[in-house]
Each structure stands twice: as C-alpha cells, then as structure tokens.
Design a protein around this ligand. Structure first.
Ligand code: 5RP
Length: 222
C-alpha cells in the first residue's frame, strides 16, 4: 500500500464531507476512496446526529455502511438522490470517467444518474490527459462469446476478469478500445445485445471532482 496515495484518498474523502447537509439522501460509491468517505460520513452522522439516508452502489458498500450504522435505502424507494460521492479509475480533462475497477459500475452509473449532484473523489494519479485504461464491460454470462466477437469487430480486445462475478451475477470483460468520442462509444458498447453497462461515464459526468495529492486538495467544477 502506497502511504502517499492512501493519504490522498483520505484527504479527498474528508473534503467531500463539506458538501453534506442534514436530511440528505446520499449515493455511496464503491472502492477504497469511497470507503474512506463512508467511514468519515458515519462518524459525522453520529457526532452531529444528522439524518442521512445512504444509497449503496454495491453489496460491499452496503455491508460496510450497514456495519457503520448508516441508514440505507435503494433507488426504488429513493429515485432522487441529493448527492452522490464516488471514486474513479481515470478522469480526463472534460471529466469523462472510466469506472468499474471494482466491477460495480452498473449500479454506480444508475446512482450517479439519479443524483442532483455527483462528486468524484480521487488521488491525483487518476487524472489523465486521455482515457486509456481498459473499459470494464458487464455482460450476461450466456452472451460472453457473442459480445467478445462484437467487440473485436469494433476494434476492441477483451480480457475476461478472472474469478469475478458482479453483484448481478454477471461477468466483466475488461476491454481495450480506442476512445475517439466517449459519448458515442458509451452508447455503442451498451447497444451490443448481452451488455448490461460499461464503465465509461460520458453521459453522466461528475459536477465536481475533488483531487488530492497528499494533503493538497484541488477542487474543479464543470
Ligand atoms: C468501482 C469503481 C471505483 O470507484 C474505482 O475503481 C476507484 O476505486 P479506488 O477508489 O479503490 O481507487 O469504479 O467499481
């Protein structure tokens, strides 16, 4: 574990607490940076007696938040969320994201889309000039082969994520593919039959990013 990166993740997560208000419904992201936020949030709820409802984006997050005593709900009961706080794997200068390193991007995207405000918290290593990581694509197990063939036709090279199934019981194809237009690619990938959702966030970009390099924080808004 890189100590500086952990300090950065904690600093970004702590900063995001400034945007919490009593009575809010808050999307709870997935991943190590989001975990710090959830821990800090639970402390603040207890210390200040805040009335907050959390909408978890994965079973892991649900377990963590539940264990920390945060009241939880879901999109069926709370289709409008005040604020979503989540991490990211890569962030480009226009705030397009690649997410899904933890394989939770399908619900993460739904929660971000349902949120009035979407804040991404990250250490500075996540900032890139151009998105270039493999894009995680959640696929139905029975459609894996046909989806892979379609991706090859689109110029993509996929690797099946080993020993991993999503919360929905599906597979992840981590796919290297050239991103010329992120919005078009996000839609094109999702139009392949058998694809559940992909980790490109171009249609729902964050409204704000909180980037930390150690204890140095930079806030950027769209
Ligand atoms: C999970 C995600 C995470 O937000 C992303 O992988 C970043 O994780 P971390 O904060 O651990 O670096 O998209 O599906």
């Amino acid at each position: 574990m890189d100590a500086d990166i952990e300090i950065s993740k904690k600093s970004a997560a702590e900063k995001a607490l400034e945007y919490i208000r009593d009575g809010m419904v808050i999307g709870l992201g997935t991943g190590s940076t989001a975990n710090y936020f959830i821990e800090f949030l639970s402390r603040r709820i207890q210390e200040e007696g805040l009335s907050i409802i959390g909408i978890p984006t994965s079973k892991r997050t649900e377990k963590l938040a539940n264990g920390l005593g945060i009241k939880l709900s879901n999109l069926d009961h709370h289709p409008r969320i005040d604020l979503d706080v989540d991490g990211a794997d890569q962030i480009d200068p226009e705030f397009n994201l690649i997410k899904g390193g933890g394989g939770a991007h399908t619900l993460e995207k739904k929660v971000a889309t349902a949120s009035k405000r979407f804040i991404v918290i990250a250490d500075s290593s996540k900032l890139v000039n151009r998105l270039e990581r493999a894009i995680p694509i959640e696929v139905l197990p029975s459609a894996r082969e046909v989806v892979e063939q379609e991706l090859i036709k689109m110029g993509g090279k996929s690797v099946l994520r080993r020993n991993f199934t999503t919360d929905g019981g599906n597979l992840i194809l981590d796919t290297r593919i050239e991103i010329q237009n992120s919005m078009n690619l996000e839609s094109a990938l999702n139009s392949i039959h058998g694809v559940i959702d992909n980790g490109l966030f171009a249609r729902r970009r964050p409204d704000m990013i909180i980037i930390a390099d150690g204890k140095n924080i930079t806030i950027r808004k769209r």
